[in-house]
Design a protein around this ligand. Sequence first.
Ligand code: ADP
Ligand code: MG
Length: 594
Amino acid sequence: MPDIIQLLPDAVANQIAAGEVIQRPASAVKELLENAVDARSKRIEVFIKDSGKTLIQVIDDGSGMSPSDARMAFERHATSKIRNAEDLFSILTMGFRGEALASIAAISQVEIKSRRHEDELGTYIEIEGNEMKKQEPAGVPGGTSISIKNLFYNVPARRNFLKSNSIEARHIIDEFERVAYANPEISFALNQNGIDIFRLASSNFRQRIVAINGSVYNERLVPVEEVTSLLTISGFIGKPEFSKKTRGEQFFFVNKRFIKDGYLHHAVTKAYEELLPHDSFASYWLCIEIDPSRIDVNIHPTKTEIKFDDERSIYAIVRAAVKRSLGMYSVSPTLNFEHEKSFDVPYNMRFQAVPKPALTINTGFNPFDSDNKKIAAAGWQSQKDVSSGTIEKAFEINTNETLFAPEEKDLQVFQMKNFILCPQDDGLLVIDIAAAREIILYKRFLHQLGSSEVITQQSLFPQTISFSPGDNELVKEIIIEIRNLGFDIQEFGPNSYIIHGIPSDVDPGKVKDILESMVEQFKHNSSSLSTGLPDKIARSLAKSISIRKNSLLNAQEMKMMVKEILKMEDPQRNYGGKPFMILLKTAFIEGHFS
Ligand code: ADP
Ligand code: MG
């Protein structure tokens, strides 16, 4: 019997390796982007056709390669980034395994142009299925351009496994965003089928997050900064109220490499604890800088999972850093209940100059400190204590006639914090202003969507608004409804719109914010609440407008609100699962004094 073991030809070995490294077009985009970053580029552009299935081209202005390096780069285990095994413990480059280009070349047709800045002439190479077809000197710009055509052309099984164009495009955008976040000082562009999806100028981290996600993100971010002897953490976390029902905005970068780490994710989530609504995910973009000898990046071919030598300390530091930032952020919107005086504001104050609401901010406030927590909750707590036992009954929402009958009767109204107080024959009606405003608007918009007539206020100054590519897909889906609500909105370039008119309830200064947040609301509106598209849209817009609460209302506004609510034919007990008004019954109040 002859021996049966043979060495695999390189081309086969590379194809097998490619299966691990290059699973889909997005993996190739990631590898090429990382190479461009490693080459210290200042500008990187990605061009995609058919979601990367026919073309992926990455052009950089980095170091470039000599003609022989350019050829060598496509050999397996060919890398300029490490020389020996020890170097594995000091890796600061994205790549080091030297297999990305070899893998890509094994399963596609590759064209490469490269020139070192110091060289006069560059080089042009064509490779197909790992075979060099052509190499010649070429006058090309400084830096490197690599085109990958017909990925998986010789691995039909792989090609058939690819998902729809929109899904593959989504993966590419994800990979692109990760690299773009990790390197805000580099300018990036992503162009698909001739249309720019991103064009990101060199900036700082915060600006980069905002550039990728839209300007509404600016107010959502809370900085995180922690320097310890083990590591440095910097970046941003999302304010709890902007947490989302879907995953997708959780980013860890370790030495500029995007990683997935369930354990560290847990650390962040733990820090938010009760601040996060049930079932929602906090957003974060956290960068960890750590001595590379303390991590092992080598454990996964796509290098998205790494091992820390001291996981538990890192967990503790991440958690503490996030907690501290949340604590500091919570200072501003937290009113100190003991100093709030607006209860005794007379209702006819509209005839007087409106004083600024007196509120004192406790700058030492930390919501995680148990003492402080008690103070913060005191307003509610004390009420609850005295009424224990009867609380459910006392807060029952009145559905009997007395509440809804006396439409003509003049109402007395007071504002206390974010509530309207309105005495009734049988008790004191307490209305949550923001919630009430939201339900009123919701009803109005729903009605508007159902009617054929569009009411728009033309704006003096048209405004333009842009969406992220992902969001724009959504906007296209609901643009007719947006117009029916009273937005005079027209397409205006890729992902951009021009707005000539708006609904009367929308503040012209906030059009952008409101539309962006409406799209966001729409995206995360859980479908269980809403029945149809109009309902979902009406809710989203109502919510976006009424999110801005805390305003001081005059008596007339309050009365109008109360009347509008009492007028509703089906006075709802709640809206979206939350109550928006309660009646403190006279008997309940009397009970406290007997
Ligand atoms: P690795 O990145 O792990 O070293 P790759 O196969 O991705 O392996 O690349 C092989 C080598 O080719 C790199 O080490 C680098 O020297 C060179 N190279 C690849 N892309 C570029 C680029 N855009 N600019 C300059 N050099 C590059
Ligand atoms: Mg590489």
